[in-house]
Design a protein around this ligand. Sequence first.
Ligand code: ADE
Ligand code: ZN
Length: 334
Amino acid sequence: MPLPLPKAELHLHIEGTLEPELAFALAARNGVTLPYADTEALREAYRFSDLQSFLDLYYGLMTVLRTAEDFTELADAYLARAAAQGVRHAEVFFDPQAHAVRGVPMGTVVEGLAAALDRAEERHGVSTRLIMCFLRDESAESALATLEAAKPYLDRITGVGLDSAEVGHPPSKFREVYAAADALGLRKVAHAGEEGPPAYIVEALDVLGVERIDHGLRCMEDPALVSRLVRDRVPLTLCPLSNVRLRAVDVLADHPLASMLAAGLMATVNSDDPAYFGGYVGDNFDAVRDALGVEREQLRTLARNSFEASFLEDDEERRARYLAEVEAYDFDAE
Ligand code: ADE
Ligand code: ZN
């Protein structure tokens, strides 16, 4: 049973929570034929050599998601799993462009997800926010059209993010759409420094004005950048099991999380695409404790950071309550 330390999950792609069993159930329901004999054959395919090899499978499997109910079921299954691992607040990414290509409109995706998120507190004791991601390997024009399509749903969307294939698609490509999102009052995050260089992290901060960096792993190659991130308390949403599965690090023992904490970086631990990477967020906490010797008070710091970095400015009372739960958590009562 993974550590139920109260925590916020800030880096979670809802499409990356599609477990093989649900994928096959939705495929049957929607008349989609998957190129795998069964769930076991599908799991066998989860051997990734890099980010792109994962993305190819990830975009392929999401063809089973068609109706609003499919998105509701997907999100509800994630929230149940996350709650069981101590998640009290989840800021959930979704990839509307990956559904629009199949003719699934923005409204179907947002309304389907929102139906699950609306009852998450009552059903699972989890508060939620939605973050819409732009696919960085699509054009800047496509990102602008996506923001336009989201306008009727902005009451449901807290912020924007940037994901998909990183190298060759620097943050500056999306300067205009981030400025437009900012003008609409949306919060801003971006994946940077997962496979891409430290310069992409600098660009995400300086050109896009992001408030958190998703991954940010490669900041460790640039000491001046580390000093800046420490000084400005820029949250990094790290995903240790993802980094192993996508070969950003060879083995978990090589992960820089412990050095990052020692350097004073505002690190958080998250699951990214848990159905594909061998664990949900509590499993990631367990894994860094076991492989990196991250100690109890550091685990508490990671949990505290997750709530401090979350977009709860409109509900500070709730944030204070969650932070009090973190401080009161008794590791010996596990
Ligand atoms: N989309 C889903 N997971 C991702 C990741 N780890 N990096 C970039 N884009 C993603
Ligand atoms: Zn991610």
